[in-house]
Design a protein. Structure first.
Ligand SMILES: [Mn+2]
Length: 355
């Protein structure tokens, strides 16, 4: 069960909290807009937005008092006015998500101390509520459906860009929201590019094809990767694939509420220890996912915390050999008390596509 923001503020001695990160605004207020801010004090919740959104915001029944910041000549002035009516000595702001301009406005308009802080709402977001889990489950389902469709389009001569466009179509057609970035569809030697952009390269017989993509459902995202081969896989492709498949399965087996996240990173290495592939392994092997595609917790050698039930994370070990190619398998899982549930259900064995 995730905690209430006002409860966390009280524990941390935060009197007033100005929230400007867009996913954090959405998470706490349920309100979707690219122009909205929250001011949270002990016993009041304020949503600040502009006239274009005011009607929609007022219908939002989540306990927030809606304020049109234009009527008060700016966000900074509005916040200043609201906190001057409370007996407040300090205002916390989100350190990495406030513009210089807005910070200056707040500084100019208020006399209270402005204190930067980070990660408060992000930590809450890392433990999913049941309604969020349902949306994420649905986003994974849409991703799986699109994957099963795109396999039929992988043929000699189609370009990476065309494949990406078709994948985008299948995702939308199955019910996906728009996502903020393109799907990754790479082929041949280009599969070693970790976040490569689909190009006009045509897919050839014998190519590895790496697809990293996902859907959105009511703002909640899925993220999955599959690597397939057009035609018969070579000995080396088969070997690399087997290593990564084992690596991912070891990671899945390691996940459980209470387990140190670092140990899941260590599990990703077991399958390749001592092999020629170890040095081509990339250390970012997974991440939390929700309203943002990459959010807490992050899975790597420097992870400090432990998994909590209802974290939703991706596991994505990969081997990337420059100028030769790469293999990545990525699945999205729900952390539970006795392990994890894999939400992306697409097959994980090596698919060899025959024309
Ligand atoms: Mn990912």
């Amino acid at each position: 069960m995730s905690k209430d923001i006002q409860q966390v503020m009280e524990e941390k001695g935060i009197e007033a909290f100005f929230i400007s990160q867009i996913h954090n605004v959405r998470y706490l207020s349920g309100y979707k807009s690219d122009d909205a801010f929250l001011l949270i004090v002990k016993d009041k919740l304020y949503l600040l937005t502009d006239p274009r959104y005011i009607e929609e915001a007022s219908e939002n029944n989540t306990g927030y008092i809606t304020i049109n910041w234009r009527e008060c000549n700016g966000v900074g002035r509005t916040v200043a006015r609201l906190i001057s009516s409370e007996s407040i000595n300090s205002l916390h702001v989100e350190e990495n998500n406030i513009s210089f301009d807005l910070f200056n406005q707040l500084h100019k308009e208020t006399t209270v101390e402005i204190i930067p802080i980070e990660g408060i709402v992000e930590d809450l977001r890392s433990v999913k509520r049941l309604d969020e889990i349902e949306c994420l489950r649905k986003a994974c389902e849409i991703g799986d459906k699109a994957f099963s469709k795109i396999l039929g389009d992988i043929k000699e001569g189609i370009t990476e860009r065309q494949l990406s466009a078709k994948l985008g179509y299948y995702l939308k057609n199955e019910g996906s929201d728009a996502r903020g970035y393109e799907n990754i569809t790479l082929s041949g030697a280009r599969t070693s590019l970790l976040h490569g952009i689909p190009s006009d390269k045509e897919i050839q017989e014998g190519d590895l094809i790496l697809m990293d993509f996902g859907a959105g459902y009511q703002g909640y995202l899925s993220d999955m990767s599959r690597t397939v081969v057009l035609g018969k896989a070579s000995e080396k492709q088969r070997e690399m694939y087997a290593v990564i498949k084992k690596s991912e399965e070891d990671m899945i087996a390691s996940v459980r509420a209470g387990v140190e996240i670092k140990s899941t990173y260590m599990a990703s290495l077991m399958a390749m220890e001592g092999s020629q592939y170890e040095k081509y392994h990339y250390t970012g092997v997974g991440h939390g996912i929700g309203l943002a595609v990459h959010e807490r917790p992050f899975i790597g050698p420097r992870s400090e915390s432990s998994f909590v039930a209802n974290n939703i994370i991706t596991l994505e070990p990969g081997i990337y050999i420059p100028k030769w190619g790469g293999v990545r398998i990525e699945d999205q899982v729900l952390v539970t008390h006795d392990g994890c549930e894999v939400l992306t259900k697409s097959p994980r064995h090596l698919i060899e596509i025959s024309n």
